[in-house]
Design a binder for this molecule. Structure first.
Ligand code: ZN
Ligand code: ZN
Length: 355
């Protein structure tokens, strides 16, 4: 059994579960190594099973040597069969991921088979996520590959942005470059927001042409071997105006303050406050509406949450973004985002693209 699988199997008793049904793709991949798009894991303290259909059974057998791969045809009869065979009674499911429709189907299948009452389905989320929040060395290498792809794309494409190019064109150039620099794809829809569009933190690229002198917010990420990156830079074609120089300095100061002073043991809220205070003291507290950051890994947004009201404790080996921004309606926005890993003596920045 792999360490990851062993940790989860070992936790079942603590959670008063006989088995856990894993349905979230990232958790399935994290625990088994299987990267296909469809399948379920059923883990008991002594057995690990992976159910998938004929498209994937060979791949699953190759990628998930710790699991007994069982080919199924859809529906939920296979689960009922397994539960009867293994004799488990309290089965955890990932309530954060499983749809109500699927829950009802499992419930109906158990009822039809006369096993409802013998088996209970128990909401049990976070059993894999609480381990995923700490990145091991293998994960750090994969994350760095994704980060390097988006860093290199940012550095290669920014100098080629011209007045008159549309936001969509810039986004496409970035996406092509990420692929050329080793990405398997994009980790989320690329954001390119020129001028006033930048006042909307998550603006989608449009046909609006880039104009000289306006801020252009570019927020993008690569995915490599399942791991995501996320980076934002704000750039200008030609000469920036005075507002840009002023706002950019405040945002950069806020970002560097958080990066240089965050410590293990702080809460997500404490870390958020490091940047938020700098922006508020400069008079722009009302113009920074979103959280400072979020965890990154197999998902582009995962734990820990680094924002107001986040009581999660930041600990060594956690990886998260630091991305303060200031948004001014009618003018635009400035956001700067990097990914850091927390160590015993503070944060280390993993992204290297020029700021
Ligand atoms: Zn981002
Ligand atoms: Zn982000």
């Amino acid at each position: 059994m792999s360490d990851r699988l062993e940790r989860v199997a070992g936790q079942l008793a603590e959670r008063n579960l006989d088995a856990i049904l894993i349905s979230a793709p990232e958790n399935r991949r994290y625990l088994s190594g299987f990267t296909g798009s469809s399948g379920y894991l059923l883990i008991t303290p002594s057995r690990a099973m992976l159910f998938t259909d004929s498209r994937y059974s060979e791949q699953a057998a190759n990628q998930a040597p710790d699991f007994q791969v069982i080919q199924v045809r859809g529906g939920w009869g296979w689960l009922v069969e397994q539960l009867k065979e293994t004799g488990v009674q309290r089965v955890g499911f990932e309530s954060r991921h499983m749809t109500v429709a699927n829950y009802e189907k499992v419930f109906d299948a158990l009822k039809e088979d006369g096993n409802l009452g013998k088996v209970s389905l128990v909401s049990a989320s976070g059993i894999a996520e609480e381990h995923r929040v700490f990145k091991d060395s293998e994960e750090m290498a994969l994350l760095q590959k994704a980060i390097d792809a988006s860093d290199s794309a940012m550095e290669a494409v920014c100098p080629t942005i011209q007045e008159g190019m549309t936001e969509k064109e810039v986004a496409w150039r970035m996406e092509m470059a990420m692929r050329e620099f080793g990405a398997d794809g994009i980790s989320f829809e690329t954001i390119v927001a020129g001028g006033p569009n930048g006042a909307m933190a998550h603006h989608m690229p449009s046909d609006r042409p880039i104009q000289a002198g306006e801020p252009i917010v570019i927020d993008m990420g690569a995915i490599a071997d399942g791991y995501c990156s996320d980076i934002t830079r704000t750039v200008v074609v030609g000469e920036p105006d005075d507002t840009f120089n002023k706002i950019y300095d405040i945002v950069l100061g806020a970002q560097l303050t958080a990066i240089n002073t965050v410590k293990a043991g702080m809460s997500g809220e404490d870390c958020d406050g490091l940047s938020r205070t700098v922006i508020a003291e400069a008079g722009y507290g009302d113009n920074f509406g979103h959280s400072l950051g979020h965890g990154v890994g197999l998902e582009v947004h995962e734990s820990p949450r680094v924002g107001p009201n986040s009581l999660e404790t930041l600990e060594p080996n956690m990886v998260f973004t630091v991305e303060p921004g200031i948004y001014l309606t009618g003018w635009g926005g400035v956001r700067i985002e990097d990914i850091v890993v927390l160590g015993d003596d503070g944060a280390k920045v993993l992204s290297k693209a020029c700021k």
